[in-house]
Each structure stands twice: as structure tokens, then as C-alpha cells.
Design a protein around this ligand. Sequence first.
Ligand SMILES: [Zn+2]
Length: 381
Amino acid sequence: MTRYKSTSMATAILVYLATGALLAAAAQPPRNIILIGWDGAQRDHIKEMIARGELPNLVALSKEGTMVDIDVVSGATDTKAGWTQLLTGYTPGKTGVFSNARYQPIPVGYSIFERVEKHFGDDNIETRAMIGKKGHVDNDPPTTIPYEKWEKQQKKQKAIDKKKAGFGDIPGGVVTEENGVKVVKVPGKPWYNASQNMDMFVNGLRLNEAVGAMALKNLEECKDKRFLFFIHFAEPDHAGHQHGENSQEYTDALKSDDEWTGKIIAKLKELGIYDQTLVYVIADHGFNEGESGHRYAPYVFCASNDKAINRNGTREDIAATVLKRFGLDLTKVEPKLDGIPLDEPAPERKAPAEKPVTEPGKKAKAKKAKAKAAATGTTNG
Ligand SMILES: [Zn+2]
């Protein structure tokens, strides 16, 4: 062996080692992503529970990555607006899902599930959703119903909204006439389009135990495949509405979310796929402090084993993060995402302490009142 050759080989080995080190240093894209939804989990309540050692699985997950604050800065602090925004990356102006009462089906192709199906190809990724709620994370088709029936539904919805969440004074349908009969064309539910392009969409499971059991079964089924799961636990929201944010029932429901999150992670480890899986625990909205509703409850969180997350964010940032991790080129996503991946710099977007007046109904009302005051010469500034 000549001296020249041996130097060349040493260089080759060095280059090889350096390349290997570089590859190892770059974050490996995950094979799988799981979004675990804790419906109605208030950030302050979560932090108090963490301080008392009541959410060990959430803490263990965060220790591998991080836990950051997520604020709601657009759309209602309710379920329809929340999960739509979290799972599309858009503000309501682009999806048409503003609140529980004002919505339309999310436009075809806008959900993260449809985007990854398209990116990898139908057969190369399993998109499965198992959902505790029936209403608000739903996929009913558009219908035409008699006016009287619609009016009754609206009254009921307004009563619910008044007590609980959302904005009551929004129509949610187009009144028209068919063969001389007054009818209302009611839009499909938010997940009507998206669910048709997913491998599984099951809602109305209600209890955490039903959701959790289905999640474990689906993990077994998909252990050898690439997947994106949405696992949605509804019990904290239900307990909060029934017993209030400061109740033991609300705390217990969050403990149950934590236990099931732990079981899901344990299952990933048992199946040997935890290292290839990013897990994000997220929430759609919080609860008004000490109350049994979430009329304005914009403070939630994201806990994850994703080591790259390095800042607080907003609801729409979650979808952007997921799509980036799966290797999608976000500059090519149409329409442009409103969310920014949680490992990229972003302007600070914090929810104000008081609910901003942004609802069209309220704006119109304020305008009317102002006009009236101007006309009568009275004003209150
Ligand atoms: Zn609720």
C-alpha cells in the first residue's frame, strides 16, 4: 500500500464519519404522528395539577421534548372552531368554521389528514380518528329541513350557547322556499369532506375508556405502517360543563386523560415504535376560570416529545408543525397556512385577557348603537 493510497483512505473514512455525524445531528423525520386531544383542558388548571404531581404522563412526555403555551387568537374558544383550526392550520376565514353555531364543512383537502394522504399516497399512510364527542367534531352531510324544525334547533342551540359556549346569534343555515314550503338549507358538519378521505373517522365514543381502548387496538393494527392518528378525549369538557372548572370532577377527568395518554405511550413502546413516533397532547379551548363554560377561554398548551419545539404559539401552529415533520414543503401548501411550525420564529400572538369584539353580529350591533347615539345626539364615548 502506498502512502498516497493510505492518506486517501483515511480521508475517505473521515468524510464518511463526518457525513454520518451530520446525518445523526439532523432531526430524523418521524414515521408516525399521534395527536392526543384533551377537550376543554384549561392551561392554568393543567399547571396546578402538574405542580401537585397529578399528571405524571404529561410531565414524562414533556421531559422528552417540551411543553409550551398555546393561545387562541382567532375563532371561538369552542370545540368546532378549535379542532378545525388545530387540524387544518387555518384561521376561520379560510375554513368557514368560526364557532359551534357558525360553520360549514371544511373545504376539501384542507385537513392535515387529507394533506398527508396526498403527500405519501393513499396506501402509504393510515389516517385514523377516534373521537369522544358526537356533536362539534362531526361529519354529517348537508341537508334541507323544514323551517319550523330549524327554528326549534336554533332556539335550543342559543339556550346552550348562552349557558355554555359559542355565539348564539348566528343563523347556521339559509332560509329558502321549496314548492311553496319554507325550508332551511343546513350546511354539512365540519368534518363532512375530510372524513371521506380518511381511513377511519369514528366519533361519539363519549367515554375516555372507549376512546382509549380503540386507540390501543388501532395502534396494534398499524404497528407496521406509517400513521397519523387523532385520539380525542372528551370527558374534561363534559365534566367542566356539568360541575365547573374548579370541581373535583373536572380534575378527575383530566387525570383520566393523563392515564390514557400514558397507556398509549406504553403501547407504542411495547410495539417498538415509540422512537419513530411524535406525540402531541393538545387542547381546543380552556374553561372560564371557576365557571362551567368557555365563552372566552383562549389559554391552552401543547406537550410533546418533539425536541425541536422552541416557542409558544397559537392553535393554528399545531397543524403547520405536523405537516413540516412529515416532510411537506409548506411553501407549496394552498392556500397558504396561517400557522407557523413551532420550531420557526414567529411574531408573538397572545390572546388578550378580555374577549375582543370581532363577531360580525356584535360589530353590527355596536355600529347600530353608535349610529343611533349619533342620531339622537347621545354618546357614551
Ligand atoms: Zn364545551
